[in-house]
Write a protein that binds this ligand. Structure first.
Ligand code: PLP
Length: 404
């Protein structure tokens, strides 16, 4: 029998700053669920929780791959059929300086690998504020401090160029651009992309273009956004894409990276990415066979998805802008709205009370980073109109009861 008392095993100190507000709220939801109440989840961007289903031809492709024995490890970079389909997609996106493509376990892994392969301790990476919090979580894990640039609410949440210029230091290695944006739903103008490309060119920055929502543009003609890499063919750039959002299969955990730019400039960095790809063996194997089916098969579901999202977006913005203490820039893409709230306490407290008292779950703006003094919350407007209306009535009720 052991005679010494077991000592507490502490987690590594580098985890101290790792946060992921979207899922960190789960403890309040659990409390409410234990009391027998059903939560209205407007917090997680998972279309499959609502009335969106994975296109059947993609399911068939995975099923066929499994039946045909594609159940062992895959090549580290990805299976040939998937890589070819991603190359085809790059051409359709207008990326003329393609250097390499690779498949990952969701864009989450693309982000982790690409950031790890680039940034050394003491260097920094520009990330937007507000931000999709996975970027700051990965940087925290790597021991890299945050260097955020503002998205400007008064300018429809477009990146603030002067702020980007101010924040570039000799140790800045790259810039993250999420377009269409999570959490604000903004979509960058061509002019903005050109201006950011110019800054990257002038300061030798790598651009990470997170375009995971690129086929969910709700205004405009073809429902797609302009690819950053098509505007900046000479700039070292990795475009992120995947099956989670456009193709309604987040649980399959399939993402990819498209490396583009001047070949000599990106070569050593791409070798670093490849090294990390090998070190983690491979992405999910059978699910990779859905990539060709998704990118080259029927795209009809996208028309339906955008139609639903447009109606739900309009309902959300109409509600927000007619509710006292709330105002909202209309989102142009993805499925998030990021209303501003005028309340005398922290938005985290408001969100906690909303969960506990009204059983509606949104995410507080402070979980994404925001300009000091401002308060927001992020809504996922994926649920049907009836569910959204119920949630919005409950939010208005809490605002009225708490701050009248
Ligand atoms: C901007 C952005 N990038 C990446 C991801 C992660 O995507 P994946 O499911 O492919 O890991 C998300 C998920 O919500 C996202 O919003």
């Amino acid at each position: 029998m052991p005679t010494t008392q077991a000592r507490e095993i502490t987690a590594a100190s580098r985890l101290e700053h790792v946060r992921y507000a979207i899922r960190d709220l789960a403890c309040y939801a659990d409390e409410v669920a234990k009391q027998g109440h059903k939560i209205l989840p407007l917090n997680i961007g998972d279309p499959n929780v609502f009335d969106f289903v994975t296109p059947p031809h993609m399911i068939e492709a995975v099923y066929k791959a499994m039946r045909e024995g594609k159940n062992g490890y895959a090549p580290s970079q990805g299976v040939k059929e998937a890589l070819d389909a991603i190359r085809g997609e790059s051409t359709r996106k207008g990326i003329s300086s393609l250097q390499d493509v690779f498949v990952t376990t969701g864009v989450s892994e693309t982000v982790d690998l690409c950031l790890t392969a680039l940034v050394n301790p003491g260097e920094n990476l520009l990330t937007p504020s507000p931000d999709y919090p996975m970027y700051s979580a990965v940087l925290a894990k790597l021991g890299i401090g945050l260097n955020t640039y503002d998205l400007n609410e008064e300018d429809g949440w477009q990146p603030e160029l002067d702020d980007i210029k101010r924040k570039i230091t000799p140790r800045t290695r790259g810039i993250v651009l999420i377009n269409p944006n999570n959490p604000t739903g903004s979509v960058c103008t061509r002019k903005m992309l050109e201006n950011i490309a110019e800054l990257a060119r002038g300061h030798n920055l790598v651009i990470f273009a997170d375009e995971i929502y690129d086929k969910l543009v709700l205004d405009g003609e073809n429902g797609e956004c302009i690819a950053m890499a098509s505007v900046a063919p000479d700039v070292p750039l990795v475009t992120f894409g995947g099956l989670s959002k456009n193709y309604l299969a987040p649980g399959w955990r399939i993402g990819w990276g498209i490396v583009s730019g001047d070949p000599a400039a990106v070569k050593p960095y791409n070798e670093g990415i490849q090294k990390l790809l090998r070190a983690r063996l491979c992405a999910n194997h059978p699910e990779q066979y859905a990539i060709k089916a998704a990118l080259e098969g029927p795209q009809d579901h996208l028309i339906e998805v955008r139609k639903k999202l447009r109606t739900r977006r309009d309902l959300t913005v109409k509600w927000a802008n007619s509710t006292p203490r709330v105002s909202c820039v209309s989102p142009r893409g993805a499925f998030y709205a990021y209303p501003c709230i005028d309340i005398p306490e922290g938005d985290d407290i408001f969100v906690r009370e909303l969960i506990l008292q009204k059983h509606v779950m949104v995410v507080h703006g402070s979980g994404f980073g925001q300009k000091p003094g401002t308060k927001h919350f992020r809504i996922v407007f994926l649920p049907d109109e009836q569910t959204l209306s119920r949630a919005y009535a409950a939010i208005a009720e809490l605002l009225q009861e708490r701050y009248r």
